[in-house]
Design a protein around this ligand. Structure first.
Ligand code: ASP
Length: 338
């Protein structure tokens, strides 16, 4: 069903929380590939798209101004807490978060697990800096605000609006280093589309998120260390030992194929698991599930299978899971439910 914006009704209130990224980036000229992220302020970004005022009452807050390669868990926690507070206020209808695209899927997944509201939370960014020819940021911001103002976007978890597509936080991933059509949702498909502010929704996310998530950041200011070890042919197994020695409480293996790793690495990972380090097998392959006990005997070795989550999202779920003592079975359940 398509949504039109009805001018006869009071406009929704949407808060834009800015964190930086290419959407706030500037270059030396409109055609240069080199640029610096996180230069334009939230007020300037909103002022550059005056048409936004026709679809919502918008105000901005600057939470950070960094390239998303420099996003920290401190920023993610501050963002989640701010969104929870804003959306608890009755007059706010939705929130838009502007963010770099490099780690957008990580912040989206983190917020999907830690924002408790049913109201729309929409992330957006850009692949071209604000100063570029055909910059994609202004229309992405316009569309993101339109989705955040739309009651139909509620209860669908954290959404990412880029290039006319509405992605769910669980399934989206960045697929191209430079193209404006960089985000794909290879596992579950799109939530919908949005064209000049008119949205069409196809489905709701299947997994638990936001208002029915069991995770909370109450009293949390740091998260346990979880490392990612990337598998490859003839991989050196001592990368696992290095992580354990550095104090990792969990290790996600970006495994070959269906979460595989060579025999030497399996042996070190099993030793780490026996010592209490949580080992999650994910995959370096961009799509498909990682199943339990396929080529590796998870039951015997004490490993967890990531199911649908790619390594960076598996890491975030595991960090949140490790905030409290849980059995291996319970952690496996989390990977099936979120
Ligand atoms: N490096 C940039 C960032 O993630 C890329 C982008 O925003 O597209 O902030």
């Amino acid at each position: 069903m398509q949504t039109n914006h009805d001018d006869s009704k009071a406009k929704a209130e949407v808060v834009v929380l800015a964190t930086g990224g290419t959407i706030a980036g500037t270059a030396g000229s409109a055609t240069r590939a080199d640029y610096t992220s996180g230069r334009v302020t939230v007020d300037a970004m909103i002022a550059a798209v005056p048409q936004i005022r026709e679809i919502a009452r918008v105000r901005g807050e600057q939470l950070a101004n960094v390239g998303s390669q420099d996003i920290t868990f401190a920023i993610m926690i501050a963002l989640a807490n701010r969104i929870n507070n804003l959306l608890a206020e009755k007059h706010n209808h939705g929130v838009v978060v502007t963010h770099g695209t490099d780690t957008m899927e990580e912040t989206a997944h983190f917020l999907n697990l830690t924002v408790a509201s049913r109201k729309p939370v929409v992330m957006t960014g850009a692949m071209r800096p604000a100063t570029a020819i055909s910059a994609d940021g202004p229309l992405n911001l316009y569309n993101a605000v339109a989705v955040a103002a739309d009651p139909q976007a509620a209860e669908r978890g954290v959404l990412v609006v880029m290039n006319d597509r509405i992605h769910g936080a669980h399934s989206l991933t960045k697929s191209n280093t430079t193209s404006v059509e960089t985000f794909i949702s290879p596992v579950n498909g799109l939530i919908g589309t949005v064209n000049y502010g008119r949205s069409e929704y196809f489905r709701r996310p299947f997994r638990r998120h936001t208002f029915n998530s069991e995770f909370s950041l109450d009293g949390v200011s740091v998260l346990p260390r979880v490392d990612i070890v990337h598998a490859c042919a003839d991989m050196p197994p001592d990368l696992i030992d290095a992580s354990v020695e550095r104090g990792a409480r969990g290790i996600v293996i970006a495994g070959d194929g269906n979460g595989n790793m060579n025999a030497a690495t399996i042996e070190r990972a099993a030793r780490a698991a026996a010592g209490g380090v949580l080992i999650v097998r994910s995959s370096r392959v961009p799509t498909g599930n990682v199943g339990r006990n396929v080529e590796i005997d998870d039951d015997r070795l004490g490993f967890v299978a990531s199911d649908e989550l790619n390594p960076v999202k598996a890491r975030i779920l595991l960090m949140l899971a490790l905030l409290k003592k849980r059995s291996l079975e319970e952690i496996q359940r989390l990977f099936y439910e979120y």
